[in-house]
Design a protein around this ligand. Sequence first.
Ligand SMILES: Cc1ncc(COP(=O)(O)O)c(C=O)c1O
Length: 712
Amino acid sequence: MIGKCVRVLFPFTDATGSKDRPAVVLSNLDVRGDLDLLMITSKDHPGDGITIRNEDYQVGCLNRQSAVRISRPLRIHISKVTPLQIEFTREFVASLRKHVIRNDTREYSKLAHQNNRPGADPARPAFQPGQTIPYAGRVFTEDEVEAAVSSTLDFWLTLGPEGEAMEKELAEFMGVKHCLLVNSGSSANLVAISALTTHKLPAHKRIRPGDEVITVAAGFPTTVAPILQIGAVPVFIDASHHTGNADCSQLEAAYSPGKTKAVMLAHALGNPFDLATTLVFCNKYDLWLIEDNCDALGCTYTLPLELAKQLGLDHLIKIAEKGSHPMIKIAQPLNSRNDANGNGDSSILSCASRDSRLSSSPDLQPSTSRPSDSSTLFLTAPTGSFGDISTQSFYPPHHLTMGEGGAVNIIRKPALKTYAESFRDWGRDCWCASGKDDTCNKRFQWQLGELPAGYDHKYIYSHLGYNLKPLDIQAAIGRVQLKRLPDFIEARKRNWEQLRRGLHGLEEYIDFALPTHATAWLPPAEENEESRKLKAEINENELSAERSGSQLSTFPISEFSWDDTQCRSNCSWFGFMMTIRDNAPFTRTELAQELDRKKIGNRMLFGGNLVRQPAFVQLKRDNPNAFRVAEEENSESRKQKAEIEETETSAVPTPFQLSTSSSSPLPGADRIMNHTLFLGTYPGLTKEQIDYMAKVIRDFVAGKAELGNAES
Ligand SMILES: Cc1ncc(COP(=O)(O)O)c(C=O)c1O
């Protein structure tokens, strides 16, 4: 009976007085003589009608333009149906089955996954204090679950049409030449650096075993492990607990003429590293820059246009000049303000954190609105679009998720795509997509290595590669997440703001993270007339957005004072980083334990000082030359650094105490390891959860401070 068109005799009349309707049979008779049917209608039912096309009929046809109603499944006894001389194709019936499953999946997910909806979603169940607040997690709705099920039903499995589409969409979002999907951020880092080892590069650019790659000591291990996995030598520079990022002033000290080939750094916890300094350094010595953007999707970085031109960032300038990319822009400063010390610089931009969704730089006005010479213009673009290659992770805590997954972004040199793809896909020379042949049009005309002429290009291997592809099902999920990304990024910024405000006043004991190039967070009380006006304007816009049904809640804005580099960073926060000061009446671990007791998710800055991890200690034991610490050889510069740190931090409003581990060659990474933790900012957090997190911390600090006072 499958595919037959029947008339269904209803035991009742409907509103139009009809008694029977056509329907399509989806199943054979079961043991009780029942059939599964879907009703057919000639009326328009928006969102619920699969139009029947001529090619969907196998035998005969209905005499009116009709559609099948997916939301009207019926199980009915054979005695209630009359077969017609009409039949539908097997493909059509299968597609109807698929629609039904997708519909059911959505209904299932709405019931099962309420707690995974975005924090701002009204369907989220109310938070009760005492319930677990994760630091991160998957945020999704029935859309992602439906996409996963739909792709599973297609059963393409390996990277295919969804993957291809996602690679294009992600490249567009990032403003890069190509994206290659991989099965994790760690794989992305491995593929990225492996691509730079290819013999197809000029000899002086190729990374060979024993060559050096500069990286940062504090962070995630698989930013560094791939450097060792290709046989190169990581050279560690220190990190700052103020930003969580590399101390780029150490780059010069880490450089070895003839040996250094690349810099590979992560934008830590959604805070861009000092890209301007790093790019100047890489340009000076003709080095590769790999940006590990795994934790920073949606961050933007702003630098003077003149500098961008000198650095050859033409790929970004070209996109910005077209004026249609939401994050890549050339603009002028809208406001000027002084830095924290009152050192006025009229070209300095003010706060970078009040942008709504993807508007790339809040204090910038499109350059088209006012003519200006390029020395007063600024280029803003996403992190991960400045260097040569960048990487993403799509593991659940990250800015979007595919379950497991990641991407390699080929920023501007298309040849790197072929090399990276080869390492991702078994090391093959052929670049045909999965399921395709002869893309090069000379599949049997190559002669490479010592293979016979005409050996099938599909099986020619120019590298010792891996297979690091994800499934197409993951890409189907990723594509839905990508559509949510602007909202996710905004939510991360909003959550950080809410936490920062909620914890204002605890600066005596806690150093809160600052965006790179910021010198201080200016608490709301210190706002000036100008910023108050701006805020009122934004709140008014948001109110009208709310009035018009938008989900956006008011988005408080922070002000920062900035250093005099004229560069700015706009963070898409992965987490809310806090470093406990030496004078605090509690330790980082005590605070973490209190958070655990209150079921509030908290994490360390990943591996802390990686050099102190057992894997690296063992590595050094096995091979003392396996890695270097840039400052280790240079105790003189260590002393200088300590002095600089002291002066620098005098610009921060609260007094700074030099790390107790300042005798270590990596005092910043040690401080992060010993005193830093972070809370969640992920888009699944609700306003109530964040208020509760802030309250728990405030109560804890107040209790400890009181105890300390009583004891003294
Ligand atoms: C900076 C950084 N790089 C790389 C990775 C690895 O990503 P994945 O877990 O997808 O392998 C992570 C993981 O969180 C990370 O934080």
